[in-house]
Design a protein around this ligand. Structure first.
Ligand code: GN1
Ligand code: MG
Length: 369
């Protein structure tokens, strides 16, 4: 990642249809993948803010396809919101600012891809859930998001990261990393490696149901972390979901599963004190109620039957990815301390164990709604 360079950002900002003078910009540190800035402009004595973001095209190999998805999805959301007479529409869905040439992105001479969004004011995100109301709001936000996209006009969206939540492929990447063990780190992760091996059988459950057409492909968000939900600062209601780079054809359950991972434990995903990592039933219940308020309208029986399982599976999958990246030398997820990815994987595996203990009760609750 390149460091923050105000003159570079000024050059970028001039490529977009923004009226006003850039007064300052700040790098945004949240997120493991893209490079993001909040930029303040002065328009006739009033400050307005935008987001400038460089797409990590090592991770997203087809930035043009990605931007095509993003434009189609956000346009559809805006249309839906307008149809139901929603107010405050630029706070209810991301709004792309076109580049000077009319494209939804700007490509620099050295091949970087940049895009600009309207900054969503008076909202905030949280790294960890603080109340059951927040869990409910998060569930509702992603349930509505999926529901809004049920009738997105064709063609099929681009796969921005192929096989993104394919746990079998993630498992294969893990065994390759382990066999190569380039940095001799396997010796420091023996317990975690054994844990993953013992859980291999979970990998194919959803994949098989999808292959058998019992679970359909849908348009999904695929990165439904709690910090991707913008909550209104005044009333705490979910306004909008962000981070749409992985919106693509997927499985609705993976979205719900990543919400279980990121909203039910009181801890962050890299918590070191594993005794604090826990799937809390009241949070799960609130999340599930929020999600099913919209999602119950389109989920089928097989999807409904795997609600609790999905939390376990996605938490395992993300843990597997952290562990793989640790073995590979931290080339994917940005780390902030040594062993960070190993710590992250441990936290995930502990959460899987907590879900395992409560899975039957979780599913029973989901069935009761
Ligand atoms: C990455 O960087 P961020 O927070 O948007 C990752 C997700 C992981 C998450 C784990 C494109 O998301 O899949 O669940 O880290 N995004 C991508 O914190 O790989
Ligand atoms: Mg993301």
């Amino acid at each position: 990642m390149s460091g923050y360079d105000p003159s570079r950002l000024l050059t970028i900002s001039r490529q977009f249809h923004i009226y006003g003078e850039l007064s300052h910009a700040e790098p945004c540190k949240v997120g493991h993948i893209n490079e993001t800035y909040t930029a303040t402009y002065e328009q006739g004595g009033t400050n307005v803010r935008y987001i400038h973001q460089r797409i990590n095209h090592e991770v997203f190999k087809d930035p043009v396809g990605l931007m095509d998805n993003l434009q189609r999805v956000t346009t559809h959301q805006h249309r839906k919101n307008a149809e139901r007479g929603a107010r405050d529409t630029t706070r209810r869905a991301l709004t792309l600012i076109p580049a000077r040439d009319g494209k939804s992105y700007y490509k620099t001479p050295d091949g970087e891809y940049w895009r600009t969004f309207v900054f969503i004011e008076n909202v905030r995100t949280f790294e960890a859930v603080e109340s059951a109301e927040q869990a409910y709001e998060a569930g509702k936000a992603f349930g509505e998001f999926q529901h809004q996209l049920v009738d997105l006009p064709g063609p099929r969206l681009h796969d921005t990261i192929p096989h993104f939540h394919n746990t079998r492929k993630r498992f294969e990447a893990f065994t390759t990393a382990l066999a190569e063990d380039r940095l001799n780190r396997a010796a420091t992760a023996r317990k975690e490696i054994a844990w993953v091996m013992a859980h291999e059988k979970l990998c194919d459950v959803i994949l098989k149901a999808m292959a058998a057409k019992k679970i359909p492909e849908r348009i999904t968000h695929n990165d439904t972390k709690f910090n991707n939900v913008m909550l209104d600062t005044e009333n705490g209601r979910a306004m909008c979901v962000v981070d749409l780079d992985t919106v693509m054809p997927g499985c609705a359950l993976y979205d719900f599963g990543d919400q279980v991972r990121t909203t039910t434990s009181p801890t962050l995903e890299d918590e070191l004190d594993l005794t604090k990592v826990e799937m809390r039933m009241p949070m799960f219940k609130a999340l599930c109620r929020g999600y099913l308020e919209s999602a119950a309208q389109f989920l089928n029986k097989a999807e409904r039957a795997h609600i609790a399982f999905s939390g376990k599976l996605i938490t395992l999958t993300i843990g597997l990815r952290f562990l793989t990246d640790y073995l590979n030398g931290d080339t994917y997820f940005r780390i902030h301390r040594p062993h960070h990815n190993l710590d992250r994987s441990r936290t995930q595996f502990r959460l899987v164990e907590s879900i395992e203990r409560q899975e039957a009760a979780m599913q029973k609750f989901a069935d009761s709604l």
